[in-house]
Design a protein around this ligand. Structure first.
Ligand SMILES: Nc1nc2c(ncn2[C@@H]2O[C@H](COP(=O)(O)OP(=O)(O)OP(=O)(O)O)[C@@H](O)[C@H]2O)c(=O)[nH]1
Ligand SMILES: [Mg+2]
Length: 526
Protein backbone atom coordinates (compact mmCIF):
# COMPACT_ATOMS: atom_id res chain seq x y z
CA UNK A 1 0.00 0.00 0.00
CA UNK A 2 1.52 3.24 -1.06
CA UNK A 3 1.38 6.38 1.06
CA UNK A 4 -0.62 8.05 -1.65
CA UNK A 5 -3.22 5.29 -1.68
CA UNK A 6 -3.51 5.44 2.10
CA UNK A 7 -3.97 9.18 1.99
CA UNK A 8 -6.76 8.98 -0.56
CA UNK A 9 -8.60 6.21 1.28
CA UNK A 10 -8.26 8.10 4.58
CA UNK A 11 -9.64 11.29 3.04
CA UNK A 12 -12.72 9.56 1.62
CA UNK A 13 -13.33 7.85 4.89
CA UNK A 14 -12.88 11.06 6.88
CA UNK A 15 -15.28 13.01 4.64
CA UNK A 16 -18.01 10.39 4.81
CA UNK A 17 -17.49 9.39 8.43
CA UNK A 18 -17.56 5.76 7.33
CA UNK A 19 -15.10 2.92 7.11
CA UNK A 20 -14.02 2.24 3.57
CA UNK A 21 -12.58 -1.08 2.50
CA UNK A 22 -10.64 -1.65 -0.69
CA UNK A 23 -10.01 -5.17 -1.96
CA UNK A 24 -6.83 -5.20 -3.94
CA UNK A 25 -5.85 -7.99 -6.30
CA UNK A 26 -2.40 -9.41 -6.89
CA UNK A 27 -1.87 -7.06 -9.81
CA UNK A 28 -2.31 -4.13 -7.45
CA UNK A 29 -5.65 -3.08 -8.94
CA UNK A 30 -8.56 -2.28 -6.68
CA UNK A 31 -11.17 -4.90 -7.50
CA UNK A 32 -13.92 -4.08 -5.04
CA UNK A 33 -14.73 -1.18 -2.77
CA UNK A 34 -17.08 -1.51 0.13
CA UNK A 35 -18.38 1.27 2.36
CA UNK A 36 -19.51 0.59 5.90
CA UNK A 37 -20.53 2.73 8.84
CA UNK A 38 -18.26 4.34 11.42
CA UNK A 39 -17.47 1.05 13.12
CA UNK A 40 -17.53 -1.75 10.60
CA UNK A 41 -17.71 -2.83 7.00
CA UNK A 42 -19.27 -5.92 5.49
CA UNK A 43 -17.34 -7.81 2.88
CA UNK A 44 -19.03 -9.65 0.04
CA UNK A 45 -18.93 -13.45 -0.01
CA UNK A 46 -16.03 -14.46 -2.22
CA UNK A 47 -16.13 -18.11 -1.37
CA UNK A 48 -16.43 -19.20 -4.97
CA UNK A 49 -13.65 -16.93 -6.20
CA UNK A 50 -10.34 -18.67 -6.74
CA UNK A 51 -9.04 -20.43 -3.63
CA UNK A 52 -7.85 -24.03 -3.44
CA UNK A 53 -5.36 -26.05 -1.44
CA UNK A 54 -2.57 -23.82 -0.23
CA UNK A 55 -3.92 -20.79 -2.00
CA UNK A 56 -5.25 -17.56 -0.73
CA UNK A 57 -8.10 -15.58 -2.16
CA UNK A 58 -5.82 -13.39 -4.23
CA UNK A 59 -7.32 -10.31 -2.57
CA UNK A 60 -6.03 -8.20 0.28
CA UNK A 61 -8.38 -5.98 2.18
CA UNK A 62 -7.33 -2.48 3.20
CA UNK A 63 -9.83 -0.89 5.54
CA UNK A 64 -9.89 2.47 7.29
CA UNK A 65 -10.50 2.74 11.04
CA UNK A 66 -11.85 6.04 12.30
CA UNK A 67 -11.54 5.58 16.06
CA UNK A 68 -7.92 4.59 16.35
CA UNK A 69 -8.88 0.96 16.95
CA UNK A 70 -6.50 -1.86 16.00
CA UNK A 71 -7.62 -4.80 13.82
CA UNK A 72 -10.97 -5.90 15.18
CA UNK A 73 -12.28 -9.38 15.78
CA UNK A 74 -14.52 -8.87 12.74
CA UNK A 75 -11.49 -8.02 10.61
CA UNK A 76 -9.71 -11.17 11.71
CA UNK A 77 -12.85 -13.24 11.11
CA UNK A 78 -13.04 -11.93 7.56
CA UNK A 79 -9.38 -12.72 7.08
CA UNK A 80 -10.03 -16.31 8.18
CA UNK A 81 -13.32 -17.00 6.53
CA UNK A 82 -12.46 -15.39 3.24
CA UNK A 83 -8.82 -16.59 3.27
CA UNK A 84 -7.74 -13.11 2.31
CA UNK A 85 -4.12 -12.51 1.36
CA UNK A 86 -3.93 -9.99 4.18
CA UNK A 87 -6.12 -7.70 6.24
CA UNK A 88 -4.82 -4.18 6.72
CA UNK A 89 -6.32 -1.53 9.00
CA UNK A 90 -5.25 2.05 8.40
CA UNK A 91 -6.06 4.49 11.16
CA UNK A 92 -7.46 7.86 10.13
CA UNK A 93 -6.40 10.74 12.36
CA UNK A 94 -8.29 13.92 13.36
CA UNK A 95 -7.21 15.71 10.20
CA UNK A 96 -8.25 12.92 7.86
CA UNK A 97 -4.65 11.80 7.39
CA UNK A 98 -3.50 8.17 7.52
CA UNK A 99 -1.90 7.17 10.82
CA UNK A 100 -0.44 3.77 11.60
CA UNK A 101 -1.39 0.72 9.57
CA UNK A 102 -1.61 -2.73 11.13
CA UNK A 103 -1.82 -5.89 9.06
CA UNK A 104 -2.45 -9.55 9.67
CA UNK A 105 -2.12 -12.67 7.57
CA UNK A 106 -2.87 -16.36 7.91
CA UNK A 107 0.03 -18.56 8.90
CA UNK A 108 0.98 -22.11 7.95
CA UNK A 109 -0.17 -25.06 10.07
CA UNK A 110 3.14 -26.00 11.67
CA UNK A 111 3.42 -22.86 13.78
CA UNK A 112 2.00 -23.97 17.11
CA UNK A 113 -1.76 -23.66 16.96
CA UNK A 114 -1.71 -20.06 15.79
CA UNK A 115 -3.75 -19.37 12.72
CA UNK A 116 -3.17 -15.66 12.34
CA UNK A 117 0.04 -13.68 12.34
CA UNK A 118 -0.36 -10.03 13.35
CA UNK A 119 2.37 -7.68 12.35
CA UNK A 120 3.48 -4.53 14.17
CA UNK A 121 1.76 -1.32 13.15
CA UNK A 122 3.81 0.85 10.82
CA UNK A 123 3.23 4.11 9.00
CA UNK A 124 1.91 3.30 5.50
CA UNK A 125 5.03 4.50 3.71
CA UNK A 126 7.01 1.83 5.56
CA UNK A 127 4.53 -0.85 4.43
CA UNK A 128 5.71 -0.38 0.90
CA UNK A 129 7.36 -3.81 0.51
CA UNK A 130 7.03 -6.17 -2.44
CA UNK A 131 3.67 -7.68 -1.72
CA UNK A 132 3.73 -10.16 -4.58
CA UNK A 133 7.01 -11.66 -3.43
CA UNK A 134 5.78 -11.82 0.15
CA UNK A 135 2.44 -13.48 -0.58
CA UNK A 136 3.97 -15.96 -3.00
CA UNK A 137 6.54 -17.07 -0.48
CA UNK A 138 3.75 -17.45 2.09
CA UNK A 139 1.85 -19.63 -0.37
CA UNK A 140 4.93 -21.72 -0.91
CA UNK A 141 5.21 -22.19 2.86
CA UNK A 142 1.60 -23.36 2.93
CA UNK A 143 2.09 -25.77 0.09
CA UNK A 144 5.20 -27.22 1.68
CA UNK A 145 3.41 -27.78 4.94
CA UNK A 146 0.75 -29.65 3.02
CA UNK A 147 3.13 -31.90 1.19
CA UNK A 148 2.23 -35.54 0.93
CA UNK A 149 -1.37 -34.61 1.49
CA UNK A 150 -2.87 -35.60 -1.80
CA UNK A 151 -1.42 -39.10 -1.96
CA UNK A 152 -3.52 -42.22 -1.69
CA UNK A 153 -6.66 -40.67 -3.04
CA UNK A 154 -8.53 -41.22 0.23
CA UNK A 155 -10.41 -38.29 1.64
CA UNK A 156 -9.00 -36.20 4.45
CA UNK A 157 -11.41 -34.98 7.05
CA UNK A 158 -11.58 -32.72 10.03
CA UNK A 159 -13.67 -34.39 12.72
CA UNK A 160 -15.87 -32.13 14.81
CA UNK A 161 -17.07 -33.38 18.18
CA UNK A 162 -19.81 -31.66 20.12
CA UNK A 163 -20.13 -32.66 23.75
CA UNK A 164 -23.47 -31.27 24.83
CA UNK A 165 -24.32 -30.86 28.49
CA UNK A 166 -23.19 -33.65 30.72
CA UNK A 167 -22.56 -36.02 27.85
CA UNK A 168 -21.29 -39.36 29.14
CA UNK A 169 -20.80 -40.70 25.63
CA UNK A 170 -18.80 -37.83 24.17
CA UNK A 171 -15.51 -39.72 23.98
CA UNK A 172 -17.17 -42.91 22.92
CA UNK A 173 -19.03 -41.15 20.14
CA UNK A 174 -15.80 -39.58 18.92
CA UNK A 175 -13.98 -42.92 18.95
CA UNK A 176 -16.86 -44.47 17.08
CA UNK A 177 -16.72 -41.70 14.49
CA UNK A 178 -13.06 -42.52 13.96
CA UNK A 179 -14.00 -46.16 13.38
CA UNK A 180 -16.79 -45.18 11.02
CA UNK A 181 -14.39 -42.91 9.14
CA UNK A 182 -11.81 -45.68 8.91
CA UNK A 183 -14.46 -48.02 7.56
CA UNK A 184 -15.46 -45.43 4.97
CA UNK A 185 -11.84 -44.95 3.93
CA UNK A 186 -11.59 -41.42 5.30
CA UNK A 187 -8.53 -40.20 7.13
CA UNK A 188 -9.08 -37.92 10.10
CA UNK A 189 -6.38 -35.26 9.97
CA UNK A 190 -7.60 -33.06 12.78
CA UNK A 191 -10.16 -33.19 15.54
CA UNK A 192 -11.96 -30.20 16.95
CA UNK A 193 -14.03 -30.72 20.08
CA UNK A 194 -16.28 -28.30 21.84
CA UNK A 195 -18.08 -28.77 25.12
CA UNK A 196 -21.14 -26.64 25.57
CA UNK A 197 -24.33 -26.61 27.59
CA UNK A 198 -26.66 -26.57 24.60
CA UNK A 199 -26.21 -27.11 20.89
CA UNK A 200 -25.95 -23.89 18.94
CA UNK A 201 -29.19 -23.70 16.92
CA UNK A 202 -27.41 -22.42 13.86
CA UNK A 203 -24.00 -24.06 13.92
CA UNK A 204 -24.25 -26.90 16.49
CA UNK A 205 -20.94 -25.68 17.92
CA UNK A 206 -20.07 -22.02 18.42
CA UNK A 207 -19.53 -19.73 15.48
CA UNK A 208 -15.98 -19.03 16.65
CA UNK A 209 -15.22 -22.76 16.54
CA UNK A 210 -16.62 -22.91 13.02
CA UNK A 211 -14.20 -20.14 12.08
CA UNK A 212 -11.31 -22.13 13.51
CA UNK A 213 -12.61 -25.08 11.60
CA UNK A 214 -12.51 -23.16 8.33
CA UNK A 215 -8.84 -22.38 8.76
CA UNK A 216 -7.86 -25.78 10.17
CA UNK A 217 -9.59 -27.62 7.33
CA UNK A 218 -7.81 -25.46 4.84
CA UNK A 219 -4.44 -25.76 6.58
CA UNK A 220 -4.76 -29.54 6.54
CA UNK A 221 -5.94 -29.76 2.97
CA UNK A 222 -9.14 -31.46 4.13
CA UNK A 223 -11.91 -32.15 1.66
CA UNK A 224 -14.48 -33.13 4.21
CA UNK A 225 -15.79 -32.07 7.60
CA UNK A 226 -17.36 -34.80 9.71
CA UNK A 227 -19.72 -33.96 12.56
CA UNK A 228 -20.15 -36.55 15.30
CA UNK A 229 -23.83 -35.69 15.64
CA UNK A 230 -26.61 -35.14 13.21
CA UNK A 231 -27.17 -31.68 11.84
CA UNK A 232 -30.56 -30.15 11.24
CA UNK A 233 -31.25 -28.94 7.71
CA UNK A 234 -30.93 -25.38 9.05
CA UNK A 235 -27.55 -26.08 10.60
CA UNK A 236 -26.34 -27.60 7.36
CA UNK A 237 -27.33 -24.42 5.57
CA UNK A 238 -25.66 -22.11 8.04
CA UNK A 239 -22.47 -24.13 8.24
CA UNK A 240 -22.15 -24.46 4.48
CA UNK A 241 -22.40 -20.68 4.29
CA UNK A 242 -19.06 -20.53 6.09
CA UNK A 243 -17.31 -23.81 5.34
CA UNK A 244 -16.19 -24.66 1.84
CA UNK A 245 -15.48 -28.34 2.38
CA UNK A 246 -18.23 -30.92 2.11
CA UNK A 247 -20.11 -31.49 5.32
CA UNK A 248 -21.06 -34.98 6.43
CA UNK A 249 -22.89 -35.68 9.66
CA UNK A 250 -23.03 -38.95 11.59
CA UNK A 251 -26.12 -40.37 9.96
CA UNK A 252 -24.85 -39.47 6.54
CA UNK A 253 -21.55 -41.19 7.22
CA UNK A 254 -23.36 -44.33 8.36
CA UNK A 255 -25.58 -44.20 5.29
CA UNK A 256 -22.49 -43.82 3.10
CA UNK A 257 -20.96 -46.93 4.64
CA UNK A 258 -24.19 -48.81 4.07
CA UNK A 259 -24.11 -47.65 0.46
CA UNK A 260 -20.53 -48.89 0.07
CA UNK A 261 -21.39 -52.25 1.58
CA UNK A 262 -24.73 -52.94 -0.08
CA UNK A 263 -24.40 -55.94 -2.36
CA UNK A 264 -27.84 -57.31 -3.04
CA UNK A 265 -30.67 -55.60 -4.82
CA UNK A 266 -32.61 -55.51 -1.59
CA UNK A 267 -29.71 -53.97 0.29
CA UNK A 268 -29.27 -51.30 -2.35
CA UNK A 269 -32.96 -50.44 -2.39
CA UNK A 270 -33.00 -50.12 1.37
CA UNK A 271 -29.94 -47.88 1.47
CA UNK A 272 -31.17 -45.68 -1.30
CA UNK A 273 -34.48 -45.25 0.45
CA UNK A 274 -32.80 -44.33 3.71
CA UNK A 275 -30.49 -41.87 1.93
CA UNK A 276 -33.28 -40.16 0.08
CA UNK A 277 -35.38 -39.86 3.19
CA UNK A 278 -32.51 -38.33 5.07
CA UNK A 279 -31.56 -35.93 2.33
CA UNK A 280 -34.99 -34.87 1.16
CA UNK A 281 -35.51 -32.23 3.86
CA UNK A 282 -31.99 -31.04 3.14
CA UNK A 283 -32.71 -30.64 -0.55
CA UNK A 284 -34.48 -27.32 -0.05
CA UNK A 285 -32.94 -23.91 -0.40
CA UNK A 286 -29.35 -23.22 -1.23
CA UNK A 287 -28.43 -24.85 -4.50
CA UNK A 288 -24.69 -24.99 -4.17
CA UNK A 289 -24.57 -26.00 -0.55
CA UNK A 290 -26.99 -28.77 -1.33
CA UNK A 291 -24.87 -30.33 -3.99
CA UNK A 292 -21.95 -30.32 -1.61
CA UNK A 293 -23.96 -31.96 1.13
CA UNK A 294 -25.37 -34.46 -1.29
CA UNK A 295 -22.02 -35.70 -2.47
CA UNK A 296 -21.35 -37.89 0.52
CA UNK A 297 -18.00 -39.60 0.86
CA UNK A 298 -16.35 -39.45 -2.52
CA UNK A 299 -19.77 -39.18 -4.09
CA UNK A 300 -20.23 -42.94 -3.93
CA UNK A 301 -23.31 -44.91 -3.24
CA UNK A 302 -26.40 -45.89 -5.09
CA UNK A 303 -28.20 -42.71 -4.19
CA UNK A 304 -25.56 -40.33 -5.39
CA UNK A 305 -26.73 -39.32 -8.82
CA UNK A 306 -30.32 -39.21 -7.67
CA UNK A 307 -29.43 -36.27 -5.50
CA UNK A 308 -29.34 -33.71 -8.22
CA UNK A 309 -32.95 -34.40 -8.96
CA UNK A 310 -35.49 -32.11 -7.51
CA UNK A 311 -37.69 -32.84 -4.57
CA UNK A 312 -40.62 -34.00 -6.63
CA UNK A 313 -38.60 -36.65 -8.37
CA UNK A 314 -37.00 -37.63 -5.07
CA UNK A 315 -40.46 -38.17 -3.61
CA UNK A 316 -41.54 -40.25 -6.58
CA UNK A 317 -38.41 -42.32 -6.23
CA UNK A 318 -39.10 -42.83 -2.54
CA UNK A 319 -42.59 -44.05 -3.36
CA UNK A 320 -41.27 -46.52 -5.91
CA UNK A 321 -38.60 -47.78 -3.54
CA UNK A 322 -41.19 -48.25 -0.82
CA UNK A 323 -43.30 -50.30 -3.20
CA UNK A 324 -40.31 -52.40 -4.19
CA UNK A 325 -39.45 -53.04 -0.57
CA UNK A 326 -43.06 -53.78 0.28
CA UNK A 327 -42.87 -56.57 -2.26
CA UNK A 328 -39.62 -57.88 -0.80
CA UNK A 329 -41.15 -57.72 2.64
CA UNK A 330 -44.11 -59.83 1.45
CA UNK A 331 -41.81 -62.34 -0.19
CA UNK A 332 -39.80 -62.64 2.99
CA UNK A 333 -42.95 -63.15 5.00
CA UNK A 334 -43.84 -66.05 2.73
CA UNK A 335 -40.37 -67.51 3.18
CA UNK A 336 -40.69 -67.12 6.91
CA UNK A 337 -44.03 -68.86 6.93
CA UNK A 338 -42.42 -71.69 5.01
CA UNK A 339 -39.60 -71.93 7.50
CA UNK A 340 -42.08 -71.88 10.33
CA UNK A 341 -43.81 -74.84 8.67
CA UNK A 342 -40.48 -76.64 8.73
CA UNK A 343 -40.93 -76.30 12.44
CA UNK A 344 -37.37 -75.34 13.23
CA UNK A 345 -36.70 -72.89 16.00
CA UNK A 346 -34.82 -69.79 14.97
CA UNK A 347 -31.83 -68.28 16.68
CA UNK A 348 -31.16 -64.73 15.65
CA UNK A 349 -27.65 -63.37 16.11
CA UNK A 350 -27.99 -59.74 17.07
CA UNK A 351 -25.47 -57.25 18.40
CA UNK A 352 -23.48 -54.09 18.07
CA UNK A 353 -21.69 -53.70 14.77
CA UNK A 354 -18.28 -55.39 14.58
CA UNK A 355 -18.98 -57.52 17.67
CA UNK A 356 -18.21 -60.72 15.77
CA UNK A 357 -21.70 -61.88 14.77
CA UNK A 358 -20.72 -63.15 11.35
CA UNK A 359 -17.63 -64.81 12.76
CA UNK A 360 -19.87 -66.65 15.20
CA UNK A 361 -22.30 -67.71 12.48
CA UNK A 362 -19.38 -69.03 10.47
CA UNK A 363 -18.00 -70.95 13.42
CA UNK A 364 -21.35 -72.44 14.36
CA UNK A 365 -22.40 -73.45 10.90
CA UNK A 366 -19.14 -73.82 9.08
CA UNK A 367 -20.05 -71.12 6.61
CA UNK A 368 -18.13 -68.35 4.96
CA UNK A 369 -20.12 -65.20 5.51
CA UNK A 370 -17.98 -62.08 5.01
CA UNK A 371 -16.08 -61.13 8.15
CA UNK A 372 -14.23 -57.85 8.26
CA UNK A 373 -12.77 -55.48 10.80
CA UNK A 374 -15.15 -52.84 9.58
CA UNK A 375 -18.41 -51.46 10.83
CA UNK A 376 -21.49 -52.74 9.05
CA UNK A 377 -19.67 -55.37 7.02
CA UNK A 378 -22.91 -57.34 7.00
CA UNK A 379 -26.05 -55.78 5.64
CA UNK A 380 -28.04 -58.66 4.26
CA UNK A 381 -29.40 -61.37 6.47
CA UNK A 382 -28.19 -64.90 6.01
CA UNK A 383 -29.66 -68.04 7.52
CA UNK A 384 -27.99 -71.40 8.08
CA UNK A 385 -28.99 -74.65 9.66
CA UNK A 386 -27.27 -75.72 12.84
CA UNK A 387 -27.46 -79.22 14.29
CA UNK A 388 -27.22 -79.50 18.03
CA UNK A 389 -25.54 -82.57 19.54
CA UNK A 390 -28.85 -84.31 20.24
CA UNK A 391 -29.77 -84.24 16.56
CA UNK A 392 -32.00 -81.29 17.06
CA UNK A 393 -31.81 -78.61 14.41
CA UNK A 394 -32.24 -74.88 14.53
CA UNK A 395 -31.89 -72.08 12.02
CA UNK A 396 -29.31 -69.44 12.82
CA UNK A 397 -29.57 -66.03 11.21
CA UNK A 398 -27.03 -63.24 11.09
CA UNK A 399 -27.99 -59.76 10.10
CA UNK A 400 -27.09 -56.09 10.11
CA UNK A 401 -25.39 -54.78 13.24
CA UNK A 402 -26.73 -52.10 15.54
CA UNK A 403 -25.19 -48.84 16.59
CA UNK A 404 -25.98 -46.26 19.24
CA UNK A 405 -28.63 -43.79 18.09
CA UNK A 406 -29.41 -45.84 15.03
CA UNK A 407 -30.69 -43.30 12.51
CA UNK A 408 -34.50 -43.57 12.31
CA UNK A 409 -34.42 -43.30 8.53
CA UNK A 410 -32.15 -46.29 8.47
CA UNK A 411 -34.47 -48.27 10.72
CA UNK A 412 -37.39 -47.36 8.47
CA UNK A 413 -35.41 -48.23 5.35
CA UNK A 414 -34.21 -51.54 6.76
CA UNK A 415 -37.61 -52.64 7.99
CA UNK A 416 -37.56 -55.69 5.71
CA UNK A 417 -34.22 -56.79 7.14
CA UNK A 418 -35.11 -56.09 10.73
CA UNK A 419 -38.34 -58.06 10.35
CA UNK A 420 -36.10 -61.11 10.11
CA UNK A 421 -35.34 -60.71 13.79
CA UNK A 422 -39.03 -60.74 14.61
CA UNK A 423 -39.29 -64.43 13.87
CA UNK A 424 -36.49 -65.34 16.26
CA UNK A 425 -37.36 -67.63 19.13
CA UNK A 426 -34.18 -66.79 20.95
CA UNK A 427 -31.90 -63.83 20.48
CA UNK A 428 -28.20 -64.51 20.61
CA UNK A 429 -26.89 -61.14 21.68
CA UNK A 430 -23.20 -60.93 20.77
CA UNK A 431 -21.11 -58.25 22.46
CA UNK A 432 -17.42 -57.44 22.06
CA UNK A 433 -16.12 -57.94 25.57
CA UNK A 434 -12.77 -56.41 24.63
CA UNK A 435 -14.31 -53.04 23.82
CA UNK A 436 -14.07 -50.42 26.55
CA UNK A 437 -17.61 -49.44 25.61
CA UNK A 438 -19.07 -52.94 26.04
CA UNK A 439 -21.57 -51.86 28.72
CA UNK A 440 -23.03 -49.10 26.65
CA UNK A 441 -23.04 -51.28 23.54
CA UNK A 442 -25.07 -53.93 25.33
CA UNK A 443 -27.44 -51.29 26.67
CA UNK A 444 -27.93 -49.66 23.29
CA UNK A 445 -28.58 -52.99 21.53
CA UNK A 446 -31.22 -53.77 24.15
CA UNK A 447 -32.70 -50.33 23.67
CA UNK A 448 -32.89 -50.86 19.92
CA UNK A 449 -34.53 -54.24 20.41
CA UNK A 450 -37.05 -52.60 22.72
CA UNK A 451 -37.69 -49.88 20.14
CA UNK A 452 -38.38 -52.61 17.59
CA UNK A 453 -40.81 -54.23 19.99
CA UNK A 454 -38.58 -57.27 20.48
CA UNK A 455 -37.62 -56.84 24.12
CA UNK A 456 -39.69 -59.78 25.30
CA UNK A 457 -37.76 -62.41 23.36
CA UNK A 458 -35.53 -64.67 25.39
CA UNK A 459 -32.00 -63.33 25.08
CA UNK A 460 -28.70 -65.06 25.60
CA UNK A 461 -25.81 -62.63 26.06
CA UNK A 462 -22.53 -63.77 24.51
CA UNK A 463 -19.31 -62.02 25.50
CA UNK A 464 -17.21 -62.50 22.40
CA UNK A 465 -13.52 -61.87 21.71
CA UNK A 466 -12.54 -63.04 25.20
CA UNK A 467 -9.21 -64.11 23.67
CA UNK A 468 -8.34 -60.44 23.63
CA UNK A 469 -8.60 -59.93 27.38
CA UNK A 470 -7.02 -61.44 30.45
CA UNK A 471 -9.31 -64.04 32.06
CA UNK A 472 -9.80 -61.87 35.18
CA UNK A 473 -10.99 -58.99 33.04
CA UNK A 474 -13.43 -61.22 31.18
CA UNK A 475 -14.68 -62.56 34.50
CA UNK A 476 -15.22 -59.05 35.78
CA UNK A 477 -17.35 -58.09 32.77
CA UNK A 478 -19.23 -61.38 33.06
CA UNK A 479 -19.99 -60.63 36.72
CA UNK A 480 -21.23 -57.18 35.77
CA UNK A 481 -23.31 -58.03 32.71
CA UNK A 482 -23.90 -61.75 32.96
CA UNK A 483 -23.33 -63.61 29.74
CA UNK A 484 -21.23 -66.43 28.43
CA UNK A 485 -17.62 -65.66 27.49
CA UNK A 486 -16.51 -67.11 24.16
CA UNK A 487 -14.09 -66.49 21.38
CA UNK A 488 -15.69 -66.97 18.01
CA UNK A 489 -12.21 -66.70 16.54
CA UNK A 490 -10.55 -69.48 18.54
CA UNK A 491 -13.64 -71.49 19.45
CA UNK A 492 -13.08 -71.15 23.18
CA UNK A 493 -16.29 -71.39 25.15
CA UNK A 494 -18.39 -72.14 22.09
CA UNK A 495 -19.29 -75.66 23.25
CA UNK A 496 -20.47 -74.32 26.62
CA UNK A 497 -22.40 -71.62 24.87
CA UNK A 498 -24.13 -74.17 22.62
CA UNK A 499 -25.23 -76.16 25.61
CA UNK A 500 -26.73 -73.14 27.28
CA UNK A 501 -28.34 -72.00 24.05
CA UNK A 502 -29.78 -75.42 23.29
CA UNK A 503 -31.51 -75.65 26.61
CA UNK A 504 -32.75 -72.07 26.29
CA UNK A 505 -34.12 -72.66 22.80
CA UNK A 506 -35.92 -75.86 23.60
CA UNK A 507 -36.93 -74.93 27.14
CA UNK A 508 -38.26 -71.54 26.12
CA UNK A 509 -39.93 -73.07 23.21
CA UNK A 510 -41.41 -76.07 24.99
CA UNK A 511 -42.39 -73.88 27.89
CA UNK A 512 -44.43 -71.77 25.54
CA UNK A 513 -46.17 -74.02 23.16
CA UNK A 514 -45.22 -77.61 23.51
CA UNK A 515 -42.96 -79.54 21.23
CA UNK A 516 -43.99 -78.09 17.91
CA UNK A 517 -40.49 -77.95 16.57
CA UNK A 518 -40.45 -81.58 15.65
CA UNK A 519 -40.03 -81.66 11.91
CA UNK A 520 -43.34 -81.69 10.15
CA UNK A 521 -45.30 -80.18 12.98
CA UNK A 522 -46.99 -77.25 11.28
CA UNK A 523 -48.15 -73.97 12.66
CA UNK A 524 -46.67 -70.57 12.98
CA UNK A 525 -44.48 -69.26 15.70
CA UNK A 526 -45.97 -67.03 18.36
N1 LIG B 1 -9.74 -61.46 18.51
C1 LIG B 1 -10.95 -61.78 18.08
N2 LIG B 1 -11.45 -61.17 16.99
C2 LIG B 1 -12.68 -61.51 16.58
C3 LIG B 1 -13.46 -62.47 17.25
N3 LIG B 1 -14.65 -62.56 16.60
C4 LIG B 1 -14.60 -61.69 15.57
N4 LIG B 1 -13.41 -61.06 15.55
C5 LIG B 1 -12.97 -60.02 14.60
O1 LIG B 1 -13.83 -58.89 14.74
C6 LIG B 1 -14.05 -58.28 13.47
C7 LIG B 1 -15.53 -58.20 13.19
O2 LIG B 1 -16.05 -59.49 13.00
P1 LIG B 1 -17.41 -59.74 12.23
O3 LIG B 1 -17.77 -61.16 12.42
O4 LIG B 1 -17.34 -59.22 10.84
O5 LIG B 1 -18.37 -58.82 13.09
P2 LIG B 1 -19.91 -58.52 12.85
O6 LIG B 1 -20.54 -58.41 14.19
O7 LIG B 1 -20.51 -59.47 11.89
O8 LIG B 1 -19.78 -57.06 12.24
P3 LIG B 1 -20.76 -56.27 11.22
O9 LIG B 1 -21.37 -57.23 10.28
O10 LIG B 1 -19.81 -55.34 10.57
O11 LIG B 1 -21.75 -55.56 12.08
C8 LIG B 1 -13.30 -59.13 12.46
O12 LIG B 1 -12.06 -58.52 12.23
C9 LIG B 1 -13.14 -60.46 13.16
O13 LIG B 1 -12.02 -61.16 12.71
C10 LIG B 1 -12.90 -63.10 18.39
O14 LIG B 1 -13.50 -63.95 19.05
N5 LIG B 1 -11.65 -62.72 18.77
MG1 LIG C 1 -21.27 -59.24 10.13
Amino acid sequence: MSQEFARELAAISFDTGRQVGALVGRSGDVEYVTVGDALRITLPDFKRVRGGAGRFRGLRCIVTHLRGEPLTADNLTDLQLLRLDAMVAVQVDGEGMPGLAEYASLCPPDRKGEMIARHDPLPPHRLDFDFLEWIESLEVEFRESQQGIEVGGGERAVLVGAAIGRDPYADERLDEMRELARTAGVEIVETIVQRRADPDPRYLIGRGKIQDLVVRAWQQGATLVLFDRDLTPGQVRHITDLVEERIVDRTQLILDIFAQHARTREGRLQVELAQLRYRLPRLTGHGTSMSRLAGGIGGRGPGENKLEVDRRRARERIKRLEQGLEEISRRRATQRAQRARDGLPILSIVGYTNAGKSTLLNRLTNSAVLVEDKLFATLDPSSRRLRFPREREVIVTDTVGFIRELPPDLVAGFRATLEEIEEAHVILHVADVSSSAVDSHVASVRQTLADLGLATKPECLILNKCDRLAPEEVASVARRLGGIPISAATGDGVAEMLEAVESLVFASHEGHEGNTFAPGAGGTHP
